[in-house]
Design a protein around this ligand. Sequence first.
Ligand SMILES: *Cc1c(COP(=O)(O)O)cnc(C)c1O
Length: 461
Amino acid sequence: MKIKKRSWAEPFKIKVVEPLKMTSKEDRIKSITLAGYNTFLLKSEDVYIDLLTDSGTSAMSDYQWAGMMLGDEAYAGSKNYYYLEDNVKKYYGFKYLVPTHQGRGAEHLVSKILIKPGDYIPGNMYFTTTRLHQELAGGTFVDVIIDEAHDPENEHPFKGNIDIKKLDKLVKEVGAKKIPYISVAATVNMAGGQPISMQNIREVKEYCDRQKIKMWCDATRAVENAYFIKIREKGYADKSIEEILLEMCTYFEGIWVSAKKDCLVNIGGFFATRNKKVFEEGRNLVVVYEGLHTYGGLAGRDMEAMARGIEEMVQLDHIKARIGQVEYIGNLLLKAKIPIVKPIGGHAIFLNAKKFLPHIPQIQFPAQTLAAEIYIDSGVRSMERGIVSAGRNKVTGDHNYPKLELVRLTFPRRVYTQAHMDVTYESICEVYDKRKSIKGLKMIYEPKYLRFFQARFERLK
Ligand SMILES: *Cc1c(COP(=O)(O)O)cnc(C)c1O
């Protein structure tokens, strides 16, 4: 037989397995009702394929696990810290490192150091914890992403790009002095894992230099962004992921990172900078909130695993398979005409719930509803990224009504196989077939901050 295509498969083999509990539909209806129709409140043991998040859910390699045994659990000056410092310098290019327990610990410190009350922080679409820390420090976040990012049908290859006209409008309105830095995310999680191009970063940098505005980067997913630059942007096809990541970082004064994503660990984060003054303040503040500056809330073994994860994250075979898996299921869904955000992003597939369930108005939480339905069908856990996640307006107290009403299926790194992808794909098709019979939800409990984590719902009759 003549073979038409050559498949690829995961560039690793499985050494340890974690058995999963198989549940019935009746079990799952019981579980989701108890969880108030919020997939965050499900017990993980009741979940079959867990696509809630790729945060801290990566499978570590044997090399990382071996490193865990080399943890130097000294309170001060652990050798794992120095190894991590070396690798942050080598792969991201920043001289100064402040480790934190996870990404939001770093966001907290950076926001506290750089933002004064009354400041404005422009950024390419908000991220939940990032924006909240900027607001808690007294700042106001302003979205300056290109319009294409808000259109789930638009196939712009770099939907994470910044609209310099929007940025300039803000600068003219409030003055550059009120803008401590521009908060550049690479990739943009909330836009669907969409990358920013090197060219755009370069142009924003030129603009910011003229206005004397600093640039900081949320580099949590910068390796995924680097891969998209390699395959989509002219001039980068022959560059290595390492080279692209290093070039990206040269444009920023500093970065903050949740190591629970690209860096392939279950816990950890850091901020890194070339500004010695910011570093010194951070090294001082971290002691108050996280732990001494050579561990920042982490065990020595965690820092070792992170340092080794950084070496693995830039390997082309790894990142190609990681994004390839997302593309694999994304292309199946596109072929089946299921409405998803295009183009397919780096870490997740986003179902367009407004199109999937057009008969459910936004105030009845279509994305929250859809996530619950998929769980009931197959035990696949996803999450809402829509009106629940967007929270309430600080001034009016009304819901924010985001343009995008999405269900996110996020893929842990190196955890699931293509067979798991097939099961997930088939379940989404099944729910799509019976979409007209699905009813919306009503919120019956609402916490004050980041409500999507703990809000509870009831099904409308
Ligand atoms: C996860 C994430 C964060 C927050 O990091 P945590 O480790 O969850 O505290 C910040 N920014 C982006 C883009 C993220 O994906």
